[in-house]
Structures are given as structure tokens and as C-alpha cells.
Design a protein around this ligand. Structure first.
Ligand SMILES: [Zn+2]
Length: 255
């Protein structure tokens, strides 16, 4: 680490749990951020500010005016640009030490499997169940830690799925695919701008903890916030032995 880097990351290095070693682990890390929208914006900004070595930023949308109320990676003058490229510009301006790889096409199962196997951690910052389950399958298959966040209206959720631990549940254990859950999209229901910030920042905290190797990750716990009453709750959940993804019969059962 050179003098500029020691200065840039000084407030992290000062933390006993973090130190130079934690910073070096971050600098050596490669992270996939799925979605450069409301959650991906603050998550990627904090990861870049913290000096994560490489950020793969995937989003197949373009920046629209209606995104700017909450998607703080993007600017009025990047409306019309692919979000991954707009995000790359902002992150490069924030921290030129960080390599940002923009992916502007939708990641299918094969691409998710490819990337999940080549990164240290995945952040799910997307806005739909189909992608969430695809990301989970890729992370279970490759035993890549997954930090998942969601926000709609005034409600937010964060959890961590780390299948490197034998007893750890996966996303599908918590939200089985095909369950009769109504998919709410913020395009139709609305979402409070700073709430996606809170959730995305919590994802960044969990990611930095996992990468630097400190603290206790949010595994087997779903952290829920209701912004209207500002009440926070932690709901515990366990691995489903019958889980179609990580259970005995699942595709992720390692043999
Ligand atoms: Zn599972």
C-alpha cells in the first residue's frame, strides 16, 4: 500500500478489527453487484470508497429520470446511458484504485454461474424474484457468499447466505420459489428514496465484514426495517433440509 492509500483508508485501518490486513483483503477482493439501481448504488459506492479491488457491476437497464430520486450512482447528465456504464463513471471518479467492470446485458444462469465462481462475494441488488433465485442458485453451486437486500414502499430487508458454512440456509430456504408471494415492483408501488440507501448500505457493511473477515455476518437472520415507524426486527430462520437448491436433493448438494 502506498502513502496515498494509507491516507485514503486510514479510518478503516485504525479499526483494530480491520487494520492493514483487512484493507489488503478488500484490495485483493472481487465482488459482483447484480443491479445498479436503488440498492446497488449505495452498496457499490461504499465498496468503491472502501477500496474493494474489483467491482463487476451488472445491469441491463438504462438510466431514466424517474431513477434519480434514489439511484445515487447516476446523474442527470447520464440519463439515457446504460446504468452499468453510468455507475462505472461515478465509481471511477470516487476511487480510481478500484477496477470496475460494467456488464450491460442481463445475466442468464450460465453467466451468473460463470461470475459467481470468479468472485469472492455477490451482492444481490436486483428487483425481481426470478433474478434473486437465479443468483442464489449460482451462489449455492459455487459456495459464494451472497448478501441480499430488498426494499419496497417503506419496508426493507437484508440477509446473508454463506453456504461455505454447512448449516447455513440459502435464499430458497427462506423464500421458496413458487410460493404464492405477490411480487411488488417499485415502478408500480413506489419506494422511499433513502430507504433503499439504508438497505444498500447495510449490504455494503455485511460485504465488507465478510471480505475483511471481521464480526458476525447476518447468516440465518433476516433484518427488517419499517421506515414509517422506524422499527427494526430480526427474524431468525434455519436451513430447510428439503430445500430444492441447497438441501440433500438439491443441485447444490456438494459431492
Ligand atoms: Zn436452501
Amino acid at each position: 500500500m502506498n502513502d496515498d492509500q494509507l491516507l485514503r483508508y486510514a479510518r478503516h485501518i485504525l479499526l483494530d478489527e480491520f487494520g492493514i490486513e483487512g484493507q489488503e483483503r478488500l484490495s485483493a477482493a472481487r465482488v459482483l453487484v447484480v443491479g445498479a439501481g436503488g440498492l446497488g448504488s449505495p452498496a457499490a459506492l461504499y465498496l468503491a470508497a472502501a477500496g474493494v479491488g474489483e467491482i463487476i457491476l451488472a445491469d441491463d437497464d438504462v438510466v431514466e429520470l424517474s431513477n434519480l430520486q434514489r439511484q445515487i450512482l447516476h446523474r442527470t447528465d447520464t440519463v439515457g446511458l446504460p446504468k452499468a456504464e453510468s455507475g462505472q463513471r461515478t465509481l471511477a471518479a470516487l476511487n480510481p484504485d478500484v477496477r470496475v467492470v460494467p456488464i450491460t446485458r442481463r445475466l442468464d444462469d450460465a453467466a451468473l454461474g460463470h461470475w459467481a465462481g470468479r468472485v469472492d462475494l455477490v451482492l444481490d441488488c436486483c428487483d425481481n424474484f426470478a433474478t434473486r433465485h437465479a443468483v442464489n442458485r449460482a451462489c449455492v453451486a459455487t459456495r459464494t457468499p451472497l448478501v441480499s437486500g430488498a426494499a419496497i414502499r417503506f419496508s426493507g430487508q437484508v440477509s446473508v447466505f454463506d453456504l461455505r458454512r454447512a448449516e447455513a440456509p440459502c435464499y430458497h430456504c427462506l423464500f421458496p420459489e413458487g410460493d404464492d408471494v405477490e411480487e411488488l415492483r417499485c415502478a408500480t408501488t413506489g419506494v422511499l428514496g433513502p430507504l433503499v440507501g439504508v438497505v444498500g448500505v447495510m449490504q455494503a457493511i455485511e460485504a465488507i465484514k465478510l471480505l475483511a473477515g471481521m464480526g458476525e455476518p447476518l447468516v440465518g437472520r433476516l433484518l427488517c426495517v419499517d421506515a414509517l415507524t422506524m422499527q427494526w426486527q430480526t427474524v431468525r430462520y434455519v436451513k430447510d433440509p428439503e430445500c430444492a437448491v441447497c438441501g440433500e436433493a438439491g443441485c447444490g448438494s456438494g459431492a
